[in-house]
Structure formats: C-alpha cells, structure tokens
Design a protein around this ligand. Structure first.
Ligand code: AMP
Length: 504
C-alpha cells in the first residue's frame, strides 16, 4: 500500500484528480479489506442499590446504554441471600420479559450491555460474570480492556485456574478469588493492583454495590442517586431515563462501596494523570450525556464550528451523516452560515454499521441504513459532515448515493482527525492496516471517497473543543500515543481475546 499516514487538513479532489479518473481507487477496493480482528469490547454498565425495583431500573438503564453494546446483555440481582442472573445474546428489548424481570428480585442489581465484532462471540462471554467462591458470590460487569490480561491468565493457569470464558474480565475474578484479604472491597483492590488498562467496573455481592474506575479514568463511570438508592452507570443519559440524579463522575482511580449504611469513597491506587477517552466525545457516547461538565452534544457542535474554521467549504447546504454527525453539522452550519439540511435519512431499525460481522454484509448495511433525500441534494453543492472515518467504506457508499441523486459537488468534512491507530482500551477499531487514515494520504482518501474535497479536524482543534481544553485525555486512536504501556509485540491489531473452546 502506498502513501504515508494522512495528516489532518484539507484535500481538494478536483485539483488533485486533474487528469485522473475522478474517484479512482488509491489501492482500496470494496471488499478488499475483509480482515477481521478478534472480538473487542464496547460496553455499558449499570448498577443500583437501595431501590425495591432494582432489576427493573437496571433494565431501563441498559436500554439507555444500548448504543454501547448490542451483542449481549445481562442483569444480576441479589435478594440478600443469593445472586440471581439472566444473560443472553441480543439486545435488551429481546432478552428481558416481565416474567424474567420478576425472577430477578431484591433491591440490588447490576447489568451490562456488550458489543463485539467477530464470529466467535458467544454467551459464555456475556456479562455480568457471576461466580461463587469461598467467601460468597460476586457478579462483575466491565467496560474497557485490560492490556496485561494474557500474561496474568498464563500465570493463573500455571497455578491451576480454569477459565470459563475468553474475556479479559475473568482475570479479575480469579485474582479476587485468590486474594487472601478478608473484605471483598480489599480483595478487589488487591486484584486490581495487578491489572493494567481500562476498566470501569461495577460489582454486586449479596449486600454491596461496588464501582471502580481505573487510575487513568479511560472509560466513563457516573455516580448518582434515585429515591434513597444509589446508582453507578456508564453515562448520565441512563440516569435521566430513570429520573435519577447525577451526583458526579467517579474519579479516576476511585472506588465507591455502597451498602445499606450508605456510600464510602476511597482512592486506593497511586495517582496518575487522568486520560479520559476523547473518542467518547467524538462518537461513542450519547449526545445527551454529560462528561466533564459539558454535554456531549455541545462538544460535538463546538467541533463542527471549529471544523468550519479549519476547513471551510464553498457550498449551498450542509448535511450530516446521521445520527452521530448531526451536532457537528449543526455547528458547521452555524459557523459557516451555510444552511443545514437533512439530506440523508437513517433507518433506525438497523443497528450501527460495525455490528455486522461480515464485510459483505457491512456494505449492504450502509445501504439499508442510510438513504438520500433527492430533493434536498439534487443540483446542490453539498458539504457532508461526519464524526470520523474509520475504513472509509461508509463514506464511499454515501458519496455514491449523493452523486447519484444529482448533487453538483460533494465536500466531506470530518469532525475528528484521521483515525490512525487501534484502540487498546475498549473501543472497537479494525486492524491498523484497515484504518484508511493510517495507510493513505489525504489526497488518496479523497479520491477513494470520490469527494470533491476532504477536510479533517486537527488534533489541536479537537483538544480545544472538549471540556478542560483537552487536558487529561487519551487520544491514542488519532496519535498512536498509548498512555498505558502495552504488553503486545506489535500494535497492528487490537488485543485478542484469550484462546478457548468454542460452542456451536
Ligand atoms: P467507516 O465506513 O469504517 O469509515 O465507518 C465510519 C463510520 O462509522 C462513521 O460514520 C462513524 O460514525 C462510525 N464509527 C466510527 N467509529 C466507530 C466504532 N468504533 N464503532 C462503530 N462505528 C464507528
């Protein structure tokens, strides 16, 4: 593959393509990148203690967090004596019925939604994990990826541990079970002092709800309350749904233990600089959630304004790639004065592009998911705003649809820098060689997309738009600057799952 990694900025296809076939493929072909990483996590967690309908609240919370994972979901509750749980492959609405929720009693429950990409996904990896060990039962729900899990697993297996799943999370369970400390919270700290990477965790025991966020605070975790009860969840939008109150974000490296006596807070790990995932602001979190005191919606709008400053376009309309591109397109429109229109309509009954496990289906997925409004784009010079370009396959399909609908010109503007490096901390990204921003120049990407011009946000611009002016963020997907050192030989792929038996 030719071309050095793309730098943020601007490419004008009409100039660069002069003399060449517009839209000539710079080396990528549809279907040519059909390499798939192992399963990786994008997850949401929710826990509540002190409410008589705990499992029902978790069910609602998981509904609000469904965008963080659509592959499997589960709820575990405690009736004060035992932990009862139900988990299944699929989305929350399909898994839980009134009957099942009625069988999850108690005022204490946690839940999890999980997403993965590859074919070996199966029930044994669904969470919460529930185990019984010498000092009782415990359920765990994890958002994030551990970077030293494979080494720890090898060590544990040599000492006799038998693993049930192929998930990094199970390492934490084994370490807790082996700890010689008395209190469960001390065992959890003992276990976590050996793991490195990203973890926002909620635990449930017979009588406690425990939340822990890794020392860098890479993935989000929020603390709130509802009618005498306490809640821990991935995003504030889940608290909005259950009419709870956001108290604050769990601090990086903080542990919160909640029981009938109330909540206790500690910072049991050594302090390191915070590194919240900047991509939560760009794409992953719901726009109605709040992080660092700013709504994700407002951050995305700011990104759109900044993008209009950095990469202006001479055009008649601005259209978003819905849904995630909408706030940035509104910001672009505001700052540029170019009218905002909905030129693409999303079919909401189809999941996110990346859910499809096969490249062939993913291409099809773009078509069934997005349709163009011919009246809006026909005869117009169009600016298309998206939040990110990963493989470039969505953008190329969209370009074709818009051109087929009669647009005069199509200019692509992206409200984040080129995605050049895989995430090792819990967001699903393809192999580095499948990231178009890692392998192609701006001009090549512009040609591949078949756009008239292409502009990406600068990394400085991105940092200027997030809360705290970009201090304390992980931006490794855009810079390759991995804050938590990796224990992998090359950084081409995401961390693989453990090898294990496969149920068919
Ligand atoms: P691609 O076709 O691979 O370039 O996909 C780009 C589209 O996927 C953009 O419209 C993004 O909104 C969306 N996207 C970006 N990152 C992810 C991710 N980790 N999981 C799912 N979708 C994503």
């Amino acid at each position: 593959m030719t071309g050095s990694p793309v730098r943020p900025g601007f490419a004008n296809g009409r100039e660069k393509n002069a003399g060449g076939r517009p839209g000539a493929d710079p080396g990528l072909q549809d279907g040519a990148t059909a390499m798939f990483p192992e399963i990786h996590e994008e997850c949401g967690v929710f826990g509540v203690l002190g409410h008589p309908e705990a499992a029902n609240l978790v069910y609602l919370g998981l509904y609000a967090l469904q965008h963080r994972g659509q592959e499997s979901a589960g709820i575990a509750s405690s009736d004060g004596e035992r932990i009862i749980f139900h988990k299944q492959m699929g989305v929350v609405a399909d898994i839980f019925s009134e009957d099942i929720l009625a069988k999850l009693p108690g005022n204490l429950a946690i839940g999890h939604v999980r997403y993965s990409t590859a074919g070996t996904s199966e029930l044994k990896n669904a969470q919460p994990f529930v185990v019984d060990f010498e000092s009782g039962s415990i359920a765990i729900a994890h958002n994030g990826n551990l970077v030293n899990a494979q080494r720890l697993k090898n060590e544990l297996e040599v000492q006799g541990s038998i693993f049930q799943s192929t998930m990094d999370t199970e390492v934490i369970i084994h370490l807790i079970a082996r700890s010689r400390l008395d209190r469960i919270e001390d065992r959890i700290v003992d276990a976590l002092s050996r793991v490195r990477g990203a973890y926002s965790l909620v635990f449930l025991t017979r009588d406690k709800l425990i939340g822990v966020r890794d020392p860098h605070g890479i993935r989000p975790l929020v603390f709130g309350k509802i009618k005498g009860g306490h809640v821990l969840c991935s995003e504030t939008c889940a608290l909005d749904l259950i009419e709870g109150e956001v108290l604050r974000e769990v601090e990086p490296g903080e542990m919160i233990v909640v029981d009938e006596q109330g909540a206790r807070f500690s910072r049991p790990f050594s302090h390191v600089p915070p590194r919240f995932c900047i991509f939560e602001h760009v794409y992953f979190a719901r726009p109605d959630s709040i992080f660092g005191g700013s709504s994700v919606y407002q951050v995305r709008k700011r990104l759109g304004r900044q993008l209009a400053e950095e990469c202006p376009a001479d055009a008649d309309i601005v259209i978003p790639v819905p849904d995630s591109g909408v706030p940035a397109a509104l910001g672009f429109s505001e700052a540029s004065g170019i009218p905002f229109e909905m030129g693409l309509i999303r079919n909401h009954y189809v999941g996110r592009t990346f859910i499809e496990p096969q490249q062939s289906i993913r291409h099809f997925g773009v078509k069934i998911k997005l349709n163009v409004v011919r009246d809006v784009v026909g005869g117009k010079r169009v600016v298309v705003v998206d939040d990110s370009i990963v493989r470039g396959t969505t953008g190329r399909k969209i370009m074709k649809m818009i051109r087929d609908a009669g647009a005069k010109e199509v200019h692509v503007r992206v409200s984040s820098p080129p995605t050049t490096s895989p995430c090792f901390y819990g967001i699903d990204t393809p192999l580095r060689r499948d990231l178009i921003g890692a392998t192609h120049t701006l001009e090549e990407i512009n040609r591949y997309l078949t756009s008239d011009s292409l502009g990406y946000m600068s990394i400085e611009g991105l940092h200027s738009c997030v809360p705290n002016e970009g201090k304390g963020y992980c931006d490794a997907c855009f810079t390759g600057d991995y804050m938590v050192p990796l224990e992998v030989e090359d950084t081409e792929e995401q961390l693989p799952l453990f090898r294990g038996s496969v149920r068919i």
